[in-house]
Write a protein of this length. Structure first.
Length: 219
């Protein structure tokens, strides 16, 4: 997949490296060449370009005309909004997504039909969940439900019990297990092992009953 990212700050850097790890073709554009050098470095396995996030010439140089996805990830909501509009309206990029830091602007983004990720709100939700569910690494919650998608690492006490024995009817359902670098979708008869990283749908408050089986909460 061809992805152009506007913004080489810490968010842009992490996203760029994550996409490269997935095998995507990544270009990053930023108005500050020193920031590109500092955060991405000379070993960055993509292309970098100096220019404004919403500058037509700079975006063209970054290869946006061939892009499947454009991500506007600067620390300016206004710049991200303009950049996404240029990507969509000038270059016809199939998917354009903006970083949004000010939650008060969500309604404006929706009115303009701009796809966005509300960073401040996501961080706030994660912190609230970390306070109330310290034994789980938090992935996702639903506004209309007490069910969450969580991650846990299993202790020695969980070694040998089956997924069916570990699950709690109506309160905990295992979706995937990461073991020795591989991910598997388990059946009820799958035996769990110490150090398994388990992703599950869990009802809020279920952690108390699972604590003996959990090796560690998130740091």
């Amino acid at each position: 997949m061809r992805v152009v990212i506007a913004g080489s700050g810490r968010v842009g850097r992490e996203v760029a490296l994550g996409l490269l790890a997935h095998g995507d073709d990544v270009s990053v554009i930023d108005e500050r060449s020193d920031l590109i050098e500092m955060l991405l470095g000379r070993d960055f396995d993509g292309t970098t370009h100096v220019g404004l996030a919403y500058d037509v010439d700079g975006l063209r140089e970054s290869g946006i005309e061939e892009a499947d996805v454009f991500l506007a990830l600067t620390d300016s909501d206004n710049a991200n909004l303009m950049a996404v509009q240029v990507a969509k309206e000038v270059f016809g990029v199939p998917r354009a997504i903006a970083r949004l830091d000010d939650p008060h602007r969500e309604q404006s983004y929706r009115a303009l039909d701009v796809s966005y990720v509300a960073g401040a709100k996501l961080v706030a939700e994660v912190l609230v969940e970390r306070v109330h569910e310290p034994d789980f690494a938090y992935h996702l919650s639903f506004r209309t439900s007490t069910t969450q998608v969580v991650e846990m690492v299993l202790s020695e006490q969980a070694d040998g019990i089956t997924v069916g024995e570990f699950e709690i009817d109506g309160k905990l359902r295992v979706a995937a297990i990461e073991r020795a670098g591989k991910v598997l979708v388990p059946t009820p008869d799958t035996a769990l092992r110490e150090d398994d990283r388990v992703v599950a749908a869990a009802a809020r408050g279920v952690a108390a009953g699972l604590r003996p089986y959990l090796k560690r909460g998130p740091s």
